[in-house]
Ligand binder design. Sequence first.
Ligand code: C2E
Ligand code: MG
Ligand code: MG
Ligand code: MG
Length: 290
Amino acid sequence: SAKAAGRRQWCHYRPALQAGLVERHELNENLDSAIAESAFQLYYQPIVDLHTGDLVAFEALVRWPHDRRGMVLPDEFIALAEESGQIVPLGAWVLERAAEEAAAWHAASSAARAAAGRPPLRVNVNVSARQFRDAGFVDVVRHALDSSGIDPSTLVLELTESVLMRRDDRLRTDMATLGDLGIGLAIDDFGTGYSSLSYLREFPISLLKIDKSFIDGLGLSPQQHALVEGITRIADTLGVQVIAEGIEHPDQRDLLAAMGCPLGQGYLFARPMDGPRAQALVRRATYEPA
Ligand code: C2E
Ligand code: MG
Ligand code: MG
Ligand code: MG
């Protein structure tokens, strides 16, 4: 009938927006069961000393192995999980898992590293604004430290400025409490948005990650170069360590090292890798230093 044909046609020409909503709903439901089943995986990307090439830390990056979609990257689901609040249980899982993994690295490498005068490997964990704002967040961090037994100084939380922008009493109290636990606090993606150097004196920040978009311009734009060098100098004066993100070319590494930037991360050194590969790298980097 004409009616049925019309309906079929409507289905066929379903507007893109509607398709987007259906997909989003489906993704949300999948995300729920994935959280319930701990179906996520953590990948780990090395952070290295730009002068010696030493492995100093790994950043934990969440992945979602999905039946039909393959390996889903965080840019496709973190924002959704933030909107729905699903980031709270997902983020707690990430913290626990990353701390457990760090405990395994420490068991394999801390004694030998100490003998060589090198501190234990750190693990950097990304924390979203919604997750940080949750009343149970500080307890989640405490629990991850207690259950893994890792030294608090080996855990670093990477916060974007959307966390720090609020500047209310709760934020101040929580940042102070986290600082007192002895963990490291980093500003992620620095240079994007309204990044303000004043965060460095307002909060117990120990690390600053300069966004890839600035590193991309090194050697091409004198302005970008001056900015990165200036940020590095100011951070250094304030006792804050800089990590340059997204280093892909040797000349970027050389320019950064020459301007005194201590740490870097990027495809030039290594892509994010799964847990077993990271553990193998820990052993290589510990017993066969380059
Ligand atoms: P981010 O924290 O800034 O992490 C760095 C991202 O840049 C990662 O993407 C990493 O794979 C990528 N990257 C590293 N080096 C290079 C490079 O040399 N070139 C290029 N083109 N890319 C590079 P990924 O893993 O897709 O993560 C994207 C973002 O998702 C992260 O950005 C972070 O904001 C968020 N994210 C990842 N894991 C978590 C998590 O467990 N919790 C939360 N809340 N957010 C997460
Ligand atoms: Mg990060
Ligand atoms: Mg980043
Ligand atoms: Mg980023």
